[in-house]
Design a protein around this ligand. Structure first.
Ligand code: CP
Length: 316
């Protein structure tokens, strides 16, 4: 890979907190770095020494399969030491605050904290309280920047390097979705046309201010989009007044076989996971030939290697 250097002005950020603050060039630079690093995972010895001697802490205050595992594997592939911190079983249960917890972990000499937390703004708060790099792995309904980047990477890969001009529908529980917000920022910066689709209770008109088109009628846009990114219905965050019955949601906003057949022939199907099979997406579509769902996961590893690599090259 072509390494970023101290003189390389294409990446100057010590933290990755969201895609809102990144420029299009910075996003492209992360994706290009991920492209170079993806090859490492195809080697028989899947390791490079880029972060030898560095320490990465995975600090997750919420459940995760994909993000947690891929950050851990990404750090290992770059030869960093990795520590896994979970709220449960820690002194958080005795009342220790997020900041005190992070400062105590940092005092052991670490270089990066990867944080997932239910509170929007937690990663930003942490970045102002510690000296090491902070990477946001999802903060409340605010942002999930590495998911946004891996989704961009996967769309770019699918369409021969081109994101500009692609029509992308992001469908479902938008209001509770940090994935939707990071996707909107990233996709619009790279020139895609974003349509947000969902029931009015889960998709306020205010989302138009992010530069996306808002519609409550999935069927009116289904035939014109190049990508359909189905979101998980976050039952744990939804208030009952916001949600019709599951059956009604699926009939209006689910990616059913009938709807899939009205999509463009080469439509690309995405989902960040975890999926509610049979609710927002039908199983045979999720597992079918036009699904990029597992490619998203594969690309997430390369993207997270790139992010860990880049933030650790920036001093100060
Ligand atoms: N897409 C995503 O963030 O999945 P996990 O919650 O399993 O990390």
């Amino acid at each position: 890979m072509k390494a970023a250097t101290a003189e390389d002005k294409r990446w100057t950020r010590k933290h990755l907190l969201g895609l809102e603050e990144l420029s299009a060039d910075e996003i492209r630079f992360v994706l290009d770095t991920a492209s170079s690093l993806k090859e490492v995972s195809t080697r028989s010895v899947k390791k490079v020494p880029a972060l030898r001697g560095k320490v990465v802490v995975n600090a997750f205050w919420e459940a995760s399969t994909r993000t947690r595992t891929s950050f851990e594997l990404a750090a290992q592939r770059l030869s960093a030491d990795v520590i896994d911190f979970s709220e449960s079983g820690s002194s958080v249960s005795k009342g220790e605050t997020l900041i005190d917890t992070a400062r105590n972990i940092e005092a052991m000499g670490i270089d990066v904290i990867v944080i997932r937390h239910p509170a929007a703004g937690a990663a930003e708060l942490l970045s102002r309280s510690v000296r090491c790099s902070v990477v946001n792995a999802g903060d409340g309904a605010h942002e999930h920047p590495t998911q946004g980047l891996l989704d961009l990477y996967t769309i770019r890969e699918r369409f021969g390097g081109k994101v500009e001009g692609k029509k992308v529908a992001i469908v479902g529980d938008i209001a509770n979705s940090r994935v939707a917000r990071s996707n909107v920022w990233g996709l619009t910066k790279l020139g895609a046309e974003v349509m947000l689709v969902g029931p009015p209770t889960l998709l306020p008109r205010s989302f138009e201010q992010l530069g996306a088109r808002v519609t409550h009628d999935f069927d009116s846009v289904i035939g014109e989009v190049d990508v359909v990114n189905m979101l998980r219905v976050q039952f744990e965050r939804i208030k009952s007044s916001q949600f019709p019955s599951v059956r009604e949601f699926t009939s209006m906003y689910g990616l059913t076989w009938d709807r899939f057949q009205r999509c463009k022939k080469d439509v690309f199907i995405m989902h960040p996971g975890p999926m509610n099979r049979g609710i927002e997406i039908q199983s045979d579509i999720a597992d079918g030939p036009q699904s990029g769902i597992l490619q998203q996961v594969t690309n997430g590893l390369a993207v997270r290697m790139a992010v860990l690599y880049l933030v650790t090259q920036v001093g100060g």
